[in-house]
Design a protein around this ligand. Structure first.
Ligand SMILES: C[S@@+](CC[C@H](N)C(=O)[O-])C[C@H]1O[C@@H](n2cnc3c(N)ncnc32)[C@H](O)[C@@H]1O
Length: 185
């Protein structure tokens, strides 16, 4: 059987949680693969990246698939709530743009800042984070996220972590944070 990548596993979880009524935020648009996936299962998607290259590639991908329910925003995920206030969930697929400049990667301090700003908005929704500890900044970021999630009030949030524990080279992992407040499904 084909081993499952963390991206594939993240899509299984997302498909379980998202309905056609939901507004979803993609906090790291990159090449647009997650954005395209989300556009097919959600009502609308707001996707963010700090690189014009990411917007260019994602726009081309969405046009090829005739997708019209996505807004692409050139801004940092630290500013998401300045653009969109109400959404069911947010996903972070961290790291650098595949095939792009590896020096432009997500970094631990702004990622934590973004997570902290978004947590109150997912009290009855979810946040899914795919972490890549296999490169230097990714290692720092993964550690910082772990420390932050550890401090969440378990009465308010449930955290689930999926790892490949026995694979070499610090493989990616997923954190899924679910807000336990009742008005979500
Ligand atoms: C691993 S890629 C995302 C992959 C993407 N979801 C896909 O399906 O192709 C990570 C992206 O995060 C972006 N990024 C880095 N810092 C950011 C920030 N502060 N705000 C938003 N995006 C950021 C990078 O430019 C890069 O395109």
């Amino acid at each position: 059987m084909k081993p499952r990548t963390m991206t594939a596993l993240s899509h299984v979880l997302l498909r379980d949680m998202i309905t056609k009524d939901d507004v979803i935020v993609d906090a790291t648009m990159g090449n647009g693969n997650d954005t395209l996936f989300l556009s097919r299962i959600a009502s609308s998607v707001y996707a963010f990246d700090i690189q014009k290259e990411a917007l260019r590639k994602t726009r081309a991908l969405l046009e090829r698939h005739d997708v019209r329910n996505v807004e692409l925003i050139l801004d940092s995920h630290t500013n998401i709530i300045d653009h969109v206030k109400t959404f069911k969930g947010v996903i972070f697929n961290l790291g650098y743009l595949p095939g792009g400049d590896r020096n432009v990667t997500t970094v631990h301090d702004t990622t934590i800042q973004a997570i902290d700003r978004l947590l109150p908005n997912i009290e009855s929704g979810f946040m899914l984070i795919v972490c890549y500890p296999g490169h230097e900044e990714g290692g720092l970021e993964t550690e910082a996220i772990d420390k932050r999630l550890e401090t969440l009030d378990p009465k308010k949030y449930q955290v689930t972590t999926i790892r490949h524990p026995y694979q070499p080279n610090d493989p990616p992992l997923i954190h899924l944070v679910i807000g336990k407040k009742k008005d979500g499904t």
